[in-house]
Design a protein around this ligand. Structure first.
Ligand code: AFP
Ligand code: FBP
Length: 369
């Protein structure tokens, strides 16, 4: 019956993860993590779609809420953060979660949920994973109906972090203990065990990697399931689109100025004249880059020497996906996946795209060094 159902629906994300877990017992616990993430993403898709109708547009009440990066929080930033946090909490597999919308990482106290009443034990606290996420990336666009997304990355907790958990009994020390836990746990992108995004657009897409290629699913709203529509995504070595905020052109690093000029004029190794597409919503811009090829970036400039994008929950997960699809991701000087984070909300210059395109950019940087 199960197979017959799948013949009718296609390969669902749930079935895909079930088969991954069967073939790789070590990844079994990730199945429940993914079950929660996909439920959260379906919920966020609904919230985004209904935001104008349900009065969820605009800034958080009072207009005064600002996240730790000094960005004004929108109502949807706050509620989508809550949706993801709650979903991850009840996997029972999370030790720590870190989000764009939280000042510091949040420990997952996943033993009890008061809303269920005191007697209901939800899960034994057995956090094995750490999740980093941006619940609603591109949210400044959302009121105009422009695509937005959720980005996530999953690391495995290490032993030092488990030791730090012992200190959580004294609630007053949680935040300091968490900082210690974070320092000992959050790793460069090359330690990610999974990463992905959901794109809320003309359709809802869910694209992820477990370190063995990239697969893309599309939400079939009639059955409420993500269906495998883009198996084994590969980014071509060269595309014909670049995606970058050209308002910053005059203040970019010189190699990026030369590189983009070369793409626009056809004076590049591929001898192709590129066109420009920029949504200003990273998930949409990266999704197009993955599927159509080309270049996406938010490089260093004189105003923002570290660029704009956050290493942990924007640049590293997207770099993992791009590399798994055969592309490359660099600051121009170093591979983004190799950069160890020093703080949760650290920014990093990011240029990603086809392997040939990025090799050309890296050579331009090397030539100017
Ligand atoms: P918001 O979440 O504030 O809309 O920012 C989106 C974002 O971090 C990323 O998704 C875009 O690629 C980038 O900012 C766009 O930034 P610019 O407006 O400076 O081009
Ligand atoms: P497509 O339907 O081929 O994507 O074309 C879209 C479009 O007509 C407009 O929506 C868009 O503003 C314009 O082309 C972009 O043109 P260009 O590629 O020259 O920037």
């Amino acid at each position: 019956v199960f197979n017959e159902t799948c013949d009718q629906t296609g390969i669902t994300l749930s079935r895909f993860m079930l088969e991954v877990a069967r073939a790789n017992p070590d990844l079994q616990e990730l199945e429940s993590v993914f079950a929660s993430i996909q439920t959260a993403c379906k919920t966020i898709a609904k919230l985004v779609k209904r935001s104008a109708i349900d009065g969820m547009t605009g800034l958080q009440a009072g207009g005064g809420a600002v996240n730790v990066q000094g960005e004004e929080q929108k109502k949807l930033d706050v509620i989508t953060n809550d949706v993801l946090k709650r979903a991850l909490k009840f996997t029972g597999r999370m030790g720590v979660i870190a989000s764009e919308e939280e000042d510091v990482p949040v420990e997952v106290d996943n033993t009890m949920d008061e809303s269920y009443g005191k007697d209901v034990l939800v899960e034994e606290s057995g956090g094995r994973y750490i999740s980093v996420f941006d619940p609603l990336d591109g949210s400044s666009n959302v009121d105009a109906g422009i695509p937005v997304g959720t980005i996530f990355g999953i690391f495995e907790e290490d032993d030092d972090c488990k030791l730090a958990d012992n200190f959580f009994d004294d609630k007053t020390d949680i935040s300091e203990a968490m900082k210690g836990c974070l320092r000992s746990t959050l790793k460069p992108g090359n330690s990610l065990v999974a990463a992905g995004y959901a794109l809320y657009s003309s359709a809802t897409h869910f694209v992820f990697t477990l370190g063995a290629g990239v697969n893309g699913f599309t939400l079939d709203e009639s059955i409420g399931e993500f269906i495998l529509t883009h198996p084994n995504i590969k980014i071509p070595p060269r595309g014909k689109i670049y995606s970058i905020n050209e308002a910053n052109r005059d203040i970019w690093d010189a190699p990026v100025q030369d590189f983009i000029q070369g793409l626009a004029s056809g004076n590049n190794r591929g001898k192709k004249v590129y066109t420009s597409r920029y949504i200003g919503s990273m998930v949409g811009d990266v999704h197009r880059t993955l599927l159509y090829g080309g270049v996406f970036g938010y490089p260093a400039d004189t105003r923002s020497p570290n660029g704009k994008l956050r290493l942990l929950y924007e640049a590293a997960p997207m770099s993992f996906l791009i590399e798994q699809a055969g592309g490359k991701s660099t600051t121009g000087l170093v591979r983004v996946m190799d950069i160890p984070p020093k703080s949760v909300h650290q920014r990093v210059p990011l240029m990603l795209g086809g392997a040939d395109e990025m090799d050309e950019l890296i050579e331009l940087y090397n030539a100017k060094a």
